[in-house]
Design a binder for this molecule. Sequence first.
Ligand code: MUC
Ligand code: MG
Length: 382
Amino acid sequence: MVNSVTKIDQIETMILDVPTIRGHVLSMATMRTQTAVLVKIRFADGSEGIGEGTTIGGLSYGAESPESIQSAIATYISPALLGRDGNDVNGAIQLIGRLVKGNRIAKAAVEIALWDGLGKRLGVPVSQLFGGAVHEKLPVAWTLASGNSDTDIAEAEEMIETRRHNIFKLKIGKRSVREDVAHVARIKKAVGDAASVRVDVNTAWSLQDARWGLKGLQDAGCELVEQPVQARYRKAMAELARGYEIAVMADEALNGPEDALAVVAGRAADVFAVKVAQSGGLKRASEVIAIGEAAGLGLYGGTMLETGLGTAAALQLFATVERLHWGTEFFGPLLLTDEILAEPIVYRDFCVETPKGNGIGATLDPDKIAFFRRDGGRTVKA
Ligand code: MUC
Ligand code: MG
């Protein structure tokens, strides 16, 4: 029976376009703006839950765009949820799973808002709903992706100096393998033992490129390579994971628990980059984590460069994970020119802190939302 007090009354979606502090050069796109999709759910008792479902570089990273995320939520997911008990998060996940195929980022945005509402009503952080936090802070990487080696070195040195980051992920795959390896080697030489250097190829290499690339990166002192080849090339990933000492991490290949199982079965990675959005929400991400843990793989908290909202949600889950061997990259809000939360997430001593407070621990700044939101928000009411 539906609890009339916690009934889902209204679901609003909006798109925000927030400029980035510099061009973020990835193998498939250069970002100058990050486009976030936010969800606000209103419950009958007046409580609210907020969520975020964000992707990278329009449609160049994956199959969902900001506009498709908004449309999937407003047209297909919201009508099915209106009038249901907001406390029944698992029931909502199961129902949406039956009604909507794929569209994991859209599902994640709504699910985060449901967990947030539930946590707020119960007066507990979402981490408590996942068994309780075992970390107050987590190591956080920064991505060097200005497109220029000298600028990247200066950025890395400043981050180390100010104790903000000592893990760097370099975005490569746009230039030739030889040029990319030289770029990584220069940066590793500049930071030395003061920082861990890793790379993300975002699927740009063929297997042949990747063989040369991994050999060169390994010799340069790079510790990990993320998604060197296309997501579906699991055999190539397995060959690379087996053939070199450098760790091979799956990112684009990991869309939820079924993929996680396939990657494990095919020995196609040493490490999982677990992304809440790509997994389809906090619950599915927790299942990806469980599969990685059971298989003895390394774990890393991945990001879709979400604002503080999505970042807070991810922190709630990852704070409950026993061992994150490779740390996290939950730096999304730092890449944006403006903060959209009333209380920014805290970064210090090479770590990101789990926000305090109930639900996901994030409150939106209404002025910033009004400033950055695109026309055309969509609200579906019971
Ligand atoms: C990705 O592919 O991992 C995460 C950090 C960053 O700079 O880009 C993203 C996307
Ligand atoms: Mg990646």
